[in-house]
Design a protein around this ligand. Structure first.
Ligand SMILES: [Fe+2]
Length: 324
């Protein structure tokens, strides 16, 4: 685990390749489509932890935007190019198997086995940003395909389930557009650093540990984009935002922030991979262990709160993000 990071320049020999690939592989759907439908945290959003901390920082700064505006600012467009090791028919092996990424991941995390399993294209419009957050960790048996993402972050930050945790190296490959990557290498109480998204460069980080976000694209005064659930963003000689067939807005190529998000499982060696794979974590067992921990810390003196209040209590106790 580390809050250090590595920067890579001259990522691909032909820097135009990736922007052309992103344009050709749309249209892109919004990351968040609906709130959590049932169970623990019902009605909350997938990353309620990061969204709540972001709103609290707005409250502290004295300027809170309406809920629909906040959603429009933070709901990025995403394309899935590789998911759990399965390709989606997009010719992106140059990135998935990039030797520089694997070498930096090994060096940064002190591991010898690097197993790329995920590649997303992320697109942010002017006025969009990503509130600072930890990435969603993975556990054997529990990952974002079967568990709310805020809960996985709670599990990761609690430190209670490390035996089942799969270590992950992350990278962001910058392609086009502005909006610094904000990172907190010295902790959330120290000043952050801004990493400019220089075209054809990349950053490798332990995104489950290093708090990070994306500064507002287009600058702090950029108005929120007219984004609503169901809209799509595609390339039609320029970027076009559509609601069904209807055109909502157009954006010049350099105004939209394009990046790729790469992730790889990392293991010290083959023996560690086998050991981790055998340590399955069960959702109900994890909830019960967290409730016990909250009792031990005096946070649940009586009955266990209902599903929403318990979710909020877990986030408050275990996930620490910058307050200003
Ligand atoms: Fe992230």
């Amino acid at each position: 685990m580390t809050t250090d990071f590595r920067l890579l320049d001259a990522f691909l020999p032909d820097p135009q390749t990736l922007s052309q690939l992103v344009r050709a592989s749309g249209p892109y759907r919004l990351y968040v489509q609906a709130p959590i439908a049932s169970g623990l945290g019902v009605g909350l959003t997938r990353r309620h932890d990061a969204a709540l901390a972001w709103v609290m920082r707005q409250v502290a700064a004295g300027s809170v935007e309406a809920m629909d505006v906040q959603a429009a600012r933070t709901n990025l467009f995403r394309g899935t190019w590789l998911e759990r090791g399965t390709g989606q028919g997009i010719d992106c092996d140059d990135v998935i198997d990039h030797e520089g990424l694997a070498a930096a991941a090994k060096d940064l995390l002190g591991m010898s086995v690097v197993e790329p399993y995920m590649l997303y294209a992320n697109l942010l419009l002017p006025g969009q940003e990503l509130p600072v957050h930890h990435d969603t960790p993975e556990f054997v048996g529990l990952d974002k395909t079967n568990t709310p993402e805020w809960f996985l972050v709670v599990c990761g930050r609690s430190g209670l389930f490390e035996r089942s945790r799969i270590r992950v190296a992350s990278a962001v490959v910058f392609i086009e557009g502005n909006g610094d990557l904000i990172v907190y290498p010295d902790g959330i109480d120290a000043a952050p650093s801004g990493v400019p998204p220089r075209a054809n460069s990349a950053i490798v980080l332990d995104a489950d540990e290093l708090v990070h976000g994306v500064a507002r694209v287009g600058g702090v005064d950029a108005p929120a984009p007219p984004v609503e659930i169901g809209m799509q963003l595609g390339w039609e000689d320029t970027w076009v935002l559509r609601k069904g067939e209807d055109e909502v807005a157009r954006y010049a190529s350099g105004d939209v922030r394009l990046s790729l998000q790469w992730k790889a499982y990392v293991f010290a060696d083959e023996a560690e991979r086998q050991r981790v794979r055998g340590s399955v974590l069960d959702f109900d067992v994890a909830v019960a262990r967290l409730v016990r921990e909250l009792r031990d810390r005096g946070r649940i003196p009586g009955d266990v709160p209902d599903e929403v209040d318990l979710a909020l209590l877990m986030m408050e106790e275990f996930i620490k993000l910058p307050s200003s």
